[in-house]
Structure formats: C-alpha cells, structure tokens
Ligand binder design. Structure first.
Ligand code: AOS
Ligand code: ZN
Ligand code: ZN
Length: 424
C-alpha cells in the first residue's frame, strides 16, 4: 500500500486545528450535523474498473503512466482511493476486460481492503478477438438469432463471474440501434431485445438485480434501442421485479430534467441507481460535479426525499457507481474529486428542510422554495464530509495527501510509464 496509516495520521494532525475550527462554525449553523456525518460515513460509491487508466477521445490518448496492468492492480488502486477517502468501498467490473482468473483470490484481495463488488457489466458493444459473430448491427436486437444467442450467453457468463465475486447486479448497456432512418423496424427491434433480455433475466440469481442502462445517442446516431428512461422503464416493467432502470447522468439529450426522471423512477420503485459523471455537451464522462454541481444537488434532493418517502436505506438500496473517463487529469485524482462531489451533494440534500419545502410548495410560494434549496446549496458543507472521512480513518484532504505522498510517481516506478490498463 502506497499510503500508510501513519502517513494519514500525520497528515490529519497537520490539518486538524483548521478543520476543527471550520467544523465548529458549521455545526453552529445547521440542524443535526451528527446525523449527516453518520450517513455520509455509510455512503459508499463504487469505482468503475475501466476508469483507473487514461481514457481519451477518438483523436488521441495521453496516458500519465503507472496505470494498473491487471485486475489485481485495479483493486490496489481502488483500495488506495478507499484508504484515502473511506468512501470508495466498492468496485464495478466490466467483462471481458476484467475476467478474474482466480475469483476466490480476487474476492479475498478485495475484502482484505474492505471492498465489495458492485454491479458487473456486460460488453456486447465491441467485437472481441476470435468472436464468432459481429455486433456491427447490434447484439440483443440483432436480426440473426445466432448473434442474439452469443450476446445472451455472454451476459449469462458475466452473471457467473459476478456470482463468484459476490456481486448482486448485472448492468446491461446496449449500443444497439440504427444510424439511418429506415434501417430498423423499431417495434421489431424492441421485441427482439425484450426477448433476449427475458432469457438473461431468467438466468438471474434470485437475490440479483438487472440494471437496464439507457443512452440517447452514440454509437448509433439515429436511434438507440434503449434510448431513454421510457424505453428502459418499458423493458424493466415487462421483465419483472428484479429489473430496474439505471441512470447515467451523461446519457440524456441536452438540458433534460434528470432530477424529475429520478423522482418518478423512484416513485415507481424502478430506479436501479447511477452511473455518476458530468457533461457539457454529450456523454463527456467528466469528473462528477465539475460542470453542473447544482444539478447533482437537485438530483440528490429528489433522491433523499423519494427514498425517505419509500422508507429506503440510502446507502444500500440503490447502486451508486461512477462512470467516467479521464483524459487530462490523473485518473485517481479525478476519482477522488468525483467521490467528494457525490458525498457533498448527498450531505447538502440531507440538510434540505423538507417540511419547510413542502409548506412552500403547498402555498405556491415559489420564491421560498428556491430560497430553501439554495440556502443549503450555498452553505459550505465540506467540513462535514471531511469529518465523516476522519472518523472512518481517512484523510482530511485526500487529494493533497495523494500528492504529498508522491503516489503517481511511485506507481510509475512500480508499473512503468507505458503500463496500459485493460478496457477503455
Ligand atoms: C456507455 O456510454 C455507458 O456509459 C456504459 O455504462 C459503458 O458500459 C461504460 O461507459 C464503459 O464503456
Ligand atoms: Zn454508463
Ligand atoms: Zn456513457
């Protein structure tokens, strides 16, 4: 482990006085800070295995060195994040990028670092070497029964890998769709996809969930077969109680009201959880909270209000995952920023005065409603999130410590500058 407990203790001692002062001032201003600290401590965000290396655009990739070369090294990286922030206690794998050769050893390695496996992801959006049939014209929607069979069996194999690791959910993201008008019969494509998903659903263990992720565009630019939450919801409803809709924040048409989508899916008991990221134009997969942190807060406000209305456990009842790609930042620094942004938005939402908001809504007091939301959004709650980290054994300032400890330099020395991660 590149950052020892002693280094975290020393770092925390250096920053403690300043932190304690900021925390005390904040505690004077807000209601029940202890509750927020405890809930933030419990709130863990899964790191995607495919985001530990440099992503890139279609024009190039500029790696920063020391990327994880194996699943074991990916787990080491997530363990390091978790050690620093005590908020990244899970990892989400993508098959076949991360097939564990020895699942028992991988499971033990993860649990020795306090990590669990969140949803496993299937991949029928790329052709793998030696694959019998191509996904050029889709996978679960394909006209050819043999292509569909291959994609169905791949998903079943992903479930088996997930079971061996203790995962309890399968995320299906399909790139299926069409690039030109007339290319596809929408109704028949939907029907074929549904039938394929039904076969996969039938193979789900009883305590598993299926997450159906939608995306409005890309790689097909005319239609996507799971193109929006309505379509995903249709599949999930027809499939049954173990199927849910997964919201990736970057998968909407510009200016979509994501918080409203979240609220209604939650109301229907069909919200799976999230692929968190941020975006300006499309599926940019940027650091969470880097472009539109207010939207993130509004989403969390709906989540907290909606989960409480259904008596749900905030930490355990939905899938909290990041889906990002890092082009110019160090991936680990970027992920530390993302987890911080998510926990901050959660803490803000916990402090919304829901009773006052309800009253403002019932009185059509629009100005008061805005004030209630913005009062908490504009309060700097970072000391609360830092306190949650501190109490769990993490660092007061994870990003600073990551830099002070020279983690990237050490990773480059260990793994080499040209180490290339599997996946993106
Ligand atoms: C693709 O745009 C989706 O966000 C999927 O979740 C995908 O599996 C993931 O981004 C890895 O490429
Ligand atoms: Zn995603
Ligand atoms: Zn995406």
């Amino acid at each position: 482990m590149l950052v020892h407990k002693a280094a975290i203790t020393a770092h925390n001692e250096t920053h403690y006085a300043q932190h304690a002062k900021a925390l005390a001032a904040l505690k004077d201003r807000i209601a029940d800070p202890e509750r927020v600290i405890k809930l933030v401590q419990e709130f863990q965000v899964a790191i995607p295995s495919w985001a530990l290396g440099t992503g890139g655009t279609r024009f190039g990739r500029f790696p920063g060195g020391g990327e994880p070369r194996s699943l074991e090294e990916k787990i080491e990286d997530v363990a390091l994040l978790h050690r620093l922030n005590q908020g990244s206690g899970a990892i989400s794998l993508h098959i076949p990028w991360d097939i564990p050769s020895n699942p028992k050893a991988i499971r033990e390695l993860a649990s020795s670092h306090g990590l669990r496996f969140d949803a496993v992801n299937s991949n029928t959006f790329q052709d793998q070497p030696g694959q019998a049939h191509s996904y050029k014209f889709g996978s679960l929607q394909h006209l050819n029964e043999q292509v569909r069979r291959q994609a169905i069996e791949h998903n079943m194999e992903v479930i088996r890998h997930g079971e061996a690791l203790g995962s309890q959910a399968l995320t299906v993201w399909l790139s299926d769709g069409s690039c030109f008008p007339g290319q596809l019969n929408f109704r028949k494509a939907f029907q074929r996809t549904l039938e394929s998903l039904q076969e996969i659903y039938a193979a789900l263990p009883k305590d598993w969930k299926m997450f159906v992720e939608y995306k409005a565009f890309e790689p097909n630019f005319y239609s996507m077969t799971v193109g929006d939450w309505g379509q995903s919801y249709l599949y999930a409803s027809k499939l049954g109680p173990q199927a849910y809709t997964l919201v990736d924040l970057g998968h909407h048409l510009p200016n979509a009201n994501i918080e409203q989508i979240v609220s209604l899916l939650l109301m229907e008991g069909k919200l799976a959880g999230f692929h968190f990221n941020d975006s300006k134009y499309g599926d940019d997969d940027l650091t969470v909270g880097s472009i539109n942190p207010y939207q993130l807060f509004l989403i969390f406000n709906e989540l907290v209000e909606g989960m409480d209305a259904r008596g749900m456990n905030h930490a355990a009842d939905l899938g909290w995952m990041i889906d990002a790609s890092h082009n110019v930042k160090d991936p680990l620094e970027d992920l530390l920023q993302s987890v911080e942004a998510i926990r901050l938005a959660y803490a803000q939402a916990l402090l919304v005065d829901q009773a006052a908001l309800r009253q403002a809504q019932e009185n059509n007091d629009v100005a008061a409603a805005q004030e209630i939301l913005q009062e908490v959004y504009r309060t700097d709650l970072r000391p609360l999130v830092a306190e949650a980290r501190l109490r769990s054994g993490g660092a007061l300032r994870p990003l600073d410590l990551f830099r002070e400890a020279g983690v990237r330099k050490a990773l480059i020395a260990q793994r080499g500058y040209h180490a290339h991660t599997t996946g993106l």
